[in-house]
Design a binder for this molecule. Structure first.
Ligand SMILES: [Zn+2]
Length: 246
């Protein structure tokens, strides 16, 4: 996809929502996801009284990947019992811009069925685009299935946000800088916006798509020291749309 197409996809098939917050929100999300995200990421979040969002491609469960071994069925159950939020990728982790609409529907359904079987819940209304890729038709189609979809365009969600393409910032060790992290947090607090971080593994020596335990902990400490709320994506969505008051 060239730059012009990417810009157009951002501007069409939007699910606009006017964000009106008194305090900024920060969400921590994990894609795919390796078991170190469960062991270290979830546990560190809990030590700050928070939970995260874990977007799963169910075909990867228990399998080896570039960021480590993916979470097992038992670990996934445990993660959910600890009140973390489970969201969806595509079932086979395929790019949604590369497949026909019928295949896209099947990917959505297969992932939902697999999660339903493991977790005995039937609603999975939040999604992240594998590889951050999307097209006009996939964005439009996925909007029918999901309340929110997260991309990988690095920005703060503020003002009129697009729930069909939420911006998010990579938390990757090989790009990590304390100064940059401090700036993102200062910016989201000043903007009263919604900052979504994403990563994969969380371990002492992370992959190219993961973050170290130290850097993850640093980021959590900085957010906790600000007046931003740490909410998983489902709780943030419910909070901003005031579903809990209805
Ligand atoms: Zn992924």
């Amino acid at each position: 996809m060239n730059r012009l197409t990417r810009l157009s996809v951002r501007n069409f098939c939007r699910k606009p929502f006017k964000l009106n917050l008194e305090n900024a929100i920060v969400s921590f999300t994990f894609d795919d996801f390796p078991d170190s995200a469960f062991r270290n990421g979830a546990t560190l979040l809990e030590s700050f009284g928070a939970t995260g969002t874990f977007y799963i491609a169910a075909s990867l469960l228990g399998k080896n990947g570039p960021s480590g071994v993916h979470i097992s069925r038992d670990e996934l159950q445990n993660l959910r019992e600890r009140n973390h939020h489970v969201g969806c990728h595509t079932y086979s982790h395929i790019n949604v811009d590369s497949i026909a609409e019928s295949e896209l529907e099947s990917e959505v359904q297969k992932n939902k069925d697999a999660l339903e079987e493991i977790l005995s819940e039937d609603e999975y209304p939040h999604f992240s685009y594998p590889f951050g890729k999307l097209s006009f038709s996939s964005k439009k189609k996925l909007s029918k299935f999901y309340d929110s979809m997260r991309g990988t365009h690095p920005a703060i969600n503020k003002g009129e946000i697009d729930l069909a393409f939420l911006d998010s910032v990579a938390l990757y060790e090989n790009r990590f800088s304390k100064i940059e992290i401090d700036k993102w947090i200062e910016r989201v607090v000043a903007d009263k916006g919604w900052l979504i971080f994403y990563t994969h593994d969380v371990q002492v020596k992370p992959s190219n798509w993961g973050i170290s335990i130290n850097s993850f902990n640093y980021t959590l400490e900085r957010v906790a020291a600000s007046d931003a709320l740490i909410l998983n994506v489902k709780d943030a969505y419910d909070f901003i749309t005031r579903k809990k008051e209805n």
